[in-house]
Design a protein around this ligand. Structure first.
Ligand code: 5GP
Ligand code: ZN
Length: 149
């Protein structure tokens, strides 16, 4: 499905290849899910593609679609196994967003009432025509991407 080169220094490539032990809960030909070694809550699970891609923006669409197709049942299993009342699915992209392992991965974090995770993040407001300008800029970038294909 993908021809990316594994990164010899990448922790998640090493986990995928079995060079670092992990508590795997799901495996397919293209993806692996395992328990996070330092969980935000017990049952915190990581889903990765077998192929190395630094972040979501670099993920081939077929790999993204495959990983996305696994998420509902993986999330249901994590929620049921932990007795969680809800869960967050998060991808950190880039160091500025908190990404520490540069192999795209989904965090599935089971959530409990009164746990120590704090949400929502602080939200802002648009003023004047900032919102419509932002809409136009993103639409333009999407058009540019289609033209470049
Ligand atoms: P990030 O900060 O890049 O979004 O998330 C990286 C995650 O990988 C962290 O939650 C961290 O606890 C987890 N992690 C780091 N090293 C290992 C490891 O060797 N094994 C496992 N199972 N998880 C790891
Ligand atoms: Zn990797």
């Amino acid at each position: 499905m993908s021809h990316s080169v594994p990164d010899s220094h990448c922790v998640f490539c090493k986990i995928v290849r079995g060079e670092i032990p992990s508590a795997r809960v799901l495996e397919t030909a293209h993806a692996v899910a395992f328990l996070d070694i330092n969980p935000l809550n017990p049952g915190h699970t990581i889903l990765v593609s077998r192929s190395h891609h630094a972040h979501l923006g670099e993920l081939p669409e077929a790999i993204a679609a495959h990983a996305g197709s696994l998420l509902p049942r993986l999330c249901r299993a994590v929620k049921a196994a932990t007795g969680a009342e809800g869960f967050n699915v998060i991808i950190n992209n880039g160091p500025v967003a908190g990404q520490t392992i540069h192999h795209c991965h989904w965090h599935i974090v089971p959530r409990f009432a009164n746990d120590s995770i704090r949400w929502p993040w602080p939200q802002g407001k648009y003023s004047g025509d900032e919102l419509s300008q932002m809409k136009s800029r993103i639409e333009q970038e999407l058009e540019n991407a289609v033209r470049a294909e």
